[in-house]
Design a protein around this ligand. Structure first.
Ligand code: ADP
Ligand code: MG
Length: 492
């Protein structure tokens, strides 16, 4: 996906106002009626329609006249609103190349006004799952369906809150800098995802560190739930950084033990296949010495697997602390339900690809086409935002006072401008279907993602190289020269 933020610089204040109006209308409408956009934007007669042309041209909104004359925000439109906010907060000044594409996210390099390179993760809940959900509407007849804006935003809030808390408790994670809408800004991790590493100098140490992370998380009351070679980054000193937190659950979750065991199993399988490493020879004493708290003490098989009961019974209350972070229990329930629905649907519709895939291999890191080696400078855009206080406040309040389908999201991150929110909000309430309209990715992109996941899965099984994109080797070269010293001991 190409994120051409240059467009941002040329959008007028009024065009942004109309874009914001579409976003606000989407609280209650899958497709926002044209008159409502006009009313929310509050421009002089016909103002919204005039400005809509530019938004349509740049694919920031999509026109839909199937039921009535209306518009919806595209992924790109939502991206722009979030990026604009990040720019006006003085956090970023440029967007660079895409450095990752996950199952439900896109990750870009961004640059701060101070010149530091960071990572911006754009959540796209619904990229894959909503497609399945939408194609099986009957399945959802008696269930709630959620808007992709709302869910992506919840995922971002959760990721930010968890990353911040984990960092504060000494876990090796990127530093959580800020979040807005569906975006999380974090520090850039040096190195590569473990899935791309063919050889380690010291697989035993890496294994112990990684397994130690799973047990330490559980001791703190948490389970990662997607703990695998795609979500562990390794640098040239073989330091491990853990990423990707939107699916974490508390150890008190009803399926906690199953999730815990699944995380452990993924690591055992991966190390066995890729590095031919297995700790099965470990005695309890050895494993305790290796810092694998609780490892195997109750495990009759003596295979080195940590036992959930003995590690999760500790006093860690990070799960409880987190519920005070702005990410509420209710939010967690909504996200969990979405993930469960999506998983259920994936299992139901067992295509060849899904049967082939091992459960733990669901994400794929890849470098993608359209690589921009330079950052698009957003300084002009920044000036636009600064000189446009009123509208920016409107954008902010949309985010912070958002209440889709009656669920309020309180945030302690910054204040809201209630007045502006009221002014912009036309106050129209309806039982509009807030279901997804996440049709931004072409079938081609979907196909490509599917293919990439299959290849990665195959590569992991055979211990082979995960050629994930046409430009993979080129991009890797780029990343190596930028972030990893050439003395790396890895064999890719
Ligand atoms: P998803 O939830 O879609 O799997 P991830 O958070 O796992 O998204 O990110 C996808 C890929 O993007 C990762 O495998 C990694 O290669 C890259 N990535 C994510 N966060 C960072 C970061 N902070 N620094 C460097 N690369 C990152
Ligand atoms: Mg991931």
């Amino acid at each position: 996906m190409k994120l051409d933020v240059n467009v941002l610089r040329y959008l007028s204040k009024e065009e942004f106002r109309v874009l914001t109006a579409v976003e606000m209308g989407m609280k209650n409408h899958e497709i926002v009626p044209a008159e409502l956009v006009d009313r929310i934007a509050g421009l002089k007669h016909g103002g919204a329609f005039k400005n809509m042309k530019t938004l349509l041209r740049h694919k920031l909104v999509h026109h839909d006249s199937s039921k009535y004359d209306g518009y919806r925000l595209t992924n790109l439109g939502y991206d722009f609103l979030a990026i604009k906010t990040m720019v006006s907060r003085g956090l970023i000044s440029g967007v660079g190349r895409q450095i990752g594409v996950g199952k439900e996210s896109d990750i870009f390099e961004v640059v701060t006004p101070e010149g530091e390179t960071m990572a911006l993760k754009l959540h796209r809940l619904g990229r894959t799952s909503f497609r399945a959900v939408k194609s099986k509407r009957d399945y959802l007849k008696h269930r709630n369906s959620y808007s992709w804006l709302y869910l992506s935003r919840l995922a971002a809030l959760k990721e930010y809150a968890f990353m911040k808390a984990l960092g504060e408790h000494g876990f090796p994670v990127p530093r959580a800098v800020d979040w807005n809408r569906h975006c999380v800004l974090m520090t850039l991790v040096e190195g590569y995802p473990l899935v791309q590493v063919k050889k380690l100098q010291n697989p035993e140490r890496a294994f112990d560190t990684i397994l130690g992370l799973i047990t330490r998380l559980a001791e703190h009351g948490l389970i990662h739930c997607d703990f695998n070679e795609f979500n562990l980054m390794v640098d040239d000193k073989e330091n491990i950084t853990m990423i990707d937190f939107p699916q974490m659950v508390s150890v008190s979750h009803r399926n906690a033990e199953m999730y815990f065991d699944r995380d452990v199993e993924c690591i055992f399988k991966f190390f066995g296949k890729r590095f031919n490493f297995s700790p099965s020879g470990l005695s309890k004493v050895e494993s305790d010495m290796n810092g694998g708290g609780g490892v195997d003490s109750n495990n009759e098989e003596g295979d080195g697997r940590p036992d959930f009961e003995s590690v999760a019974g500790g006093l860690g209350t990070l799960d409880k602390e987190l519920s005070a972070s702005g990410f509420t229990r209710k939010n967690q329930e909504v996200l969990e339900k979405f993930v469960e629905d999506a998983e259920g649907l994936e299992e139901e519709g067992s295509s060849e690809e899904e049967e082939e895939e091992e459960h733990c291999i669901v994400h794929l890191q890849t470098e993608v086409d359209n690589v921009d080696e330079h950052f698009s400078d957003l300084s002009a855009f920044n000036m636009l935002s600064v000189s446009n206080g009123e509208q920016e406040a409107g954008t902010e309040s949309t985010v912070l006072s958002d209440d889709i389908q009656g669920r309020s999201i309180s945030s302690t991150l910054s204040g809201t401008e209630e007045g502006t929110a009221t002014k912009l909000d036309a106050g129209e309430q309806s039982e509009g279907d807030a279901d997804s309209s996440s049709g931004e990715e072409s079938p081609e992109m979907q196909k490509r993602l599917g293919k990439q996941r299959r290849r990665a899965a195959a590569a992991v099984r055979t211990g082979g190289r995960a050629h994930t994109s046409r430009n993979a080797s080129k991009d890797k070269g780029g990343r190596r020269s930028r972030h990893v010293s050439s003395s790396s001991g890895y064999d890719f």
